[in-house]
Design a protein. Structure first.
Length: 371
């Protein structure tokens, strides 16, 4: 069974990149490509972050949409970007540019990992590395997130200890301790790195180039893995002016959530990409930033997939026997092979991106996206 939107989804980084470039070229977008010279794909092929811009240079209003910050999560994000490009978003609205950044973390995208070539969580990397943030609980949990075996006593003990932490402090506290970000254990989960990553530096350059002259920026970072399957959640990620929260609520309505007030499926995180955008823009332009989260599976299944993927990276000798099973776990957690799920997130996700355009440019008249 296929869905009307099935043509926007890809099954490999190479296929997704080709589709994105083809759609962008057909719409007359200005294209640029940034090669990651530090990494290659599974077959040794080169990896790129590609940028497509529709709209005039120096546009005063810019919609900036990023996919693949978390590697494997880029498959759904790429589909949304291709769907928007297919119909010429932002519909030639004067003074508005749409900038799509495709596969910010191309290594993770190509290898179906969430992290980059150095096991860095790119969305925890946008911090001051001279004074990295603290995570009070991660060090105590690290041995249980990264057990010595996968099916033996070490893993069973690790699961028991994580369960004890959740029983005492609550599941939300466990989620916060694990996902907030940590800068002390390079072999662990949600590691923010020790210096700006390749993806970090690339995004800084892209934002500086494509927001030059802008007075207002709508930033949308596309993610999967949190929330109920098929649910689409715009999560407020800030803006430096006092009016940013009210502006985001006006754009996205009651669906908008915030990690800091407990309404989101995400607990507060440190070092996310919206902070980088705010730093580049400074105090002048208005920034309205969200993470667009597309739900896939329950939190335990997602965490188990991440632990499995990390364990396999640390134990390369186990890859021949485990790789296929662990890859299925990652796909189920971040890119389900379910036509209903794909149709739901594409329809709802493009609706959120239309809302970003309508908020930034009320005179815009979005048309329904066509396959």
């Amino acid at each position: 069974m296929t869905t009307p939107f099935s043509g926007f989804f890809s099954e490999s980084y190479a296929e997704a990149r080709s589709a994105f470039l083809t759609r962008a070229t057909a719409r007359g977008a200005a294209l640029s490509s940034h090669r990651n010279t530090r990494a290659t794909g599974p077959g040794g092929e080169p990896l790129y972050t590609d940028v497509a811009r529709i709209g005039p240079p120096g546009a005063r209003r810019v919609v900036l949409c990023v996919s693949g910050t978390h590697g494997i999560e880029g498959y759904a994000g790429s589909a949304l970007q291709c769907a928007l490009l297919a119909d010429g978003y932002p519909y030639d609205t004067p003074g508005v540019a749409f900038v799509a950044v495709h596969a910010l973390n191309p290594f993770g995208f190509a290898h179906r990992r969430r992290v980059d070539e150095d096991n860095v969580d790119v969305n925890r990397n946008f911090v001051d590395h001279a004074r990295p943030p603290a995570n009070a609980h991660y060090a105590g949990l690290h041995p249980f997130l990264v057990p010595g075996d996968w099916e033996g006593p070490a893993h069973r003990e690790a699961d028991a200890r994580l369960g004890e932490f959740a029983a005492v402090h609550g599941l939300r506290a466990l989620q916060q301790a694990v996902t907030q970000g940590q800068w002390t254990h390079p072999d662990g989960l949600f590691h923010g790195g020790t210096a700006p990553s390749w993806s970090h530096r690339t995004l800084r350059d892209v934002v500086a180039e494509h927001t030059a002259g802008a007075e207002a920026v709508a930033y949308v970072d596309l993610h999967t893995g949190l929330g109920a399957p098929g649910a689409v959640e715009p999560i407020f990620r800030g803006g430096r002016d006092a009016g940013a929260p009210a502006r985001a609520r006006a754009w996205y309505g009651p669906a908008l959530t915030a990690s800091e007030d407990g309404t989101s499926s995400s607990t507060p995180i440190t070092g996310n990409s919206a902070g980088l955008v705010a730093d580049v823009l400074g105090d002048g332009p208005e920034l309205t930033a969200i993470t667009l989260e597309m739900g896939t599976a329950d939190g335990l299944a997602v965490l188990t997939a991440l632990r499995a993927d990390n364990w396999l990276w640390l134990h390369p000798a186990a890859r021949p026997a485990r790789a296929e099973d662990f890859a299925r776990r990652m796909s189920a957690a971040f890119y389900p092979d379910d036509p209903g799920w794909r149709d739901a997130v594409l329809r709802a996700g493009t609706g959120v991106l239309h809302a970003a355009l309508a908020g930034l440019a009320p005179e815009a008249r979005p048309r329904p996206v066509r396959p």
